[in-house]
Write a protein that binds this ligand. Structure first.
Ligand SMILES: [Zn+2]
Length: 438
């Protein structure tokens, strides 16, 4: 494999330094890198670019098997590489559901064949996501896919007995239950956040308590059982308070926020454009401020994209008929830069923590989320923080067009991404494995 000499990258936003990528690892850092580089090393000019460890997403919907018209493992992971990711977790709500060793191994294999990022399948908690019978968690953990994250995402594990059993079961697997916190009875027919805007628009409301009551229950269950809980796409101020309380109490809970819940509010529902329809719904400006503060103070551990591709016919329709979900792999880092970095609330080192180190740790992903240091796997991304771009859905690599940021100008551009020393993105364009000479 070709050596790469990355020249003058600002490591985690700090001082510029050179990096030599050789044999899939970071072979040298700083002045040693140029000295150690052979004449045939490919030089990557990273002047002005920020180097981050490759991003890790705990929350991606790749839609394969079942809805290859909206995304495949190959198209979704290419989009991920373009967004700066080197590893993603593929949610289990496919068709068939990823609730057996066979399906998770299929997804894992598709990821290996595509070669854009490492794909870590999430295993369903319950058979068919039906919330009744525990799926074969042990078989999925012991499969080639080595599943450690289990979730019925898209649906809530609403039955407290099933949730308790799941938490007990994953303890012995070093696993974690990632909960989609949505009390189903409190959200029947719900279309958007319950509040002033929903009342004005006459749309059925989705109260904050539907999320908060499940999180409160689950942190107590996690404490009782002594197991690990991960709260997916936390979206309300009350949820931040509950997680903060639980952490202070020593409960093994981690939490995620999505880029869209960091930036957008329920005011967007006034457009009646289902592009802004998502689960959990966009909340109020006060909630947005609370999740930003929670991410800044460490209550929220990680940013997960909840990349959810949908067919045009499921979004180009009336609000009530629209599907829940937004794409996000190619815009996540830009949104985090705009909301958290350019505002001074997070440093680039913090971004490395919330978008790489923490998700890798929570998902038990080895080789990712590591320091940019000698001997570490060469999984990294180079970002131009000074760049600005207008989001064009048609220009994105994802097979679906349901980005909520169409026409919006966002900061930052992923210039290059390396997966174990092999470039997957160069000059902002994807590089297939064959072209990379690997
Ligand atoms: Zn979800």
């Amino acid at each position: 494999m070709t050596d790469h000499l990355v020249r003058g990258a600002r490591l985690l936003g700090g001082d510029p330094a050179d990096l030599l990528l050789r044999g899939g690892r970071i072979a040298a850092v700083g002045a040693d890198a140029s000295r150690a580089a052979g004449r045939d090393a490919v030089v990557v000019d990273a002047d002005g670019l920020v180097a981050l460890p490759g991003l890790v997403d705990l929350h991606t919907h790749l839609r394969e098997p079942g809805r290859e018209d909206t995304e495949t493992v190959a198209t979704g992971t290419r989009a991920a590489a373009l967004g700066g990711f080197t590893a993603v977790h593929a949610m289990a709500n496919t068709s068939p559901v990823a609730d057996t060793a066979g399906v998770v191994e299929q997804v894992w294999n598709l990821g290996r064949e595509a070669g854009w990022v490492d794909v870590h399948p999430v295993g369903a908690v319950s058979v068919g996501l039906e919330g009744k019978v525990l799926a074969e968690l042990g078989a999925m953990a012991q499969s080639a896919a080595r599943v450690r994250v289990f979730s019925d995402d898209g649906r809530c594990v609403a039955d407290p007995v099933l949730m308790r059993r799941a938490l007990e079961y994953v303890k012995g697997l070093d696993g974690v239950i990632a909960q989609h916190a949505q009390e189903p009875r409190l959200t029947e027919g719900a279309q958007m956040h319950e509040g002033a805007v929903s009342a004005e628009l006459g749309l059925a409301g989705w109260p904050a308590v539907a999320e908060e009551s499940i999180i409160a229950r689950d942190v107590l269950l996690a404490e009782h059982v002594g197991s690990r809980l991960h709260v997916l796409h936390l979206s309300t101020a009350g949820s931040v308070d509950i997680v903060r309380w639980a952490k202070a109490r020593g409960i093994a809970v981690t939490a995620e926020v999505t880029p869209h819940h960091l930036l957008l509010t329920d005011e967007l529902a006034r457009s009646y454009d289902p592009l802004f329809k998502v689960n959990p719904p966009l909340r109020t400006a006060e909630d947005v401020e609370a999740v930003r503060a929670g991410l800044a103070d460490g209550t929220i551990d990680t940013v997960g994209t909840d990349h959810a591709p949908h067919a045009a016919e499921d979004k180009d329709c009336e609000w009530a008929a629209g599907a829940f979900g937004m794409t996000g792999l190619e815009t996540a880092l830009s949104v985090v830069q705009e909301v958290m970095v350019d505002s001074g609330r997070l440093t680039w080192a913090d971004v490395a923590r919330v978008m790489s180190e923490a998700p890798a740790r929570i998902g038990r992903v080895t080789g990712h989320g590591r320091p940019l240091a000698v001997g570490e796997p060469a999984n990294l991304t180079l970002v131009d923080p000074a760049a600005r771009r207008v989001v064009d859905p048609a220009a994105q690599a994802t097979r679906s067009r349901n980005t909520p940021y169409a026409g919006r100008e966002l900061p930052g551009r992923v210039v290059a991404t390396f997966l174990r020393g092999r470039p997957t993105v160069v000059d902002g364009a994807p590089v297939a494995r064959e072209e990379a000479g690997a």
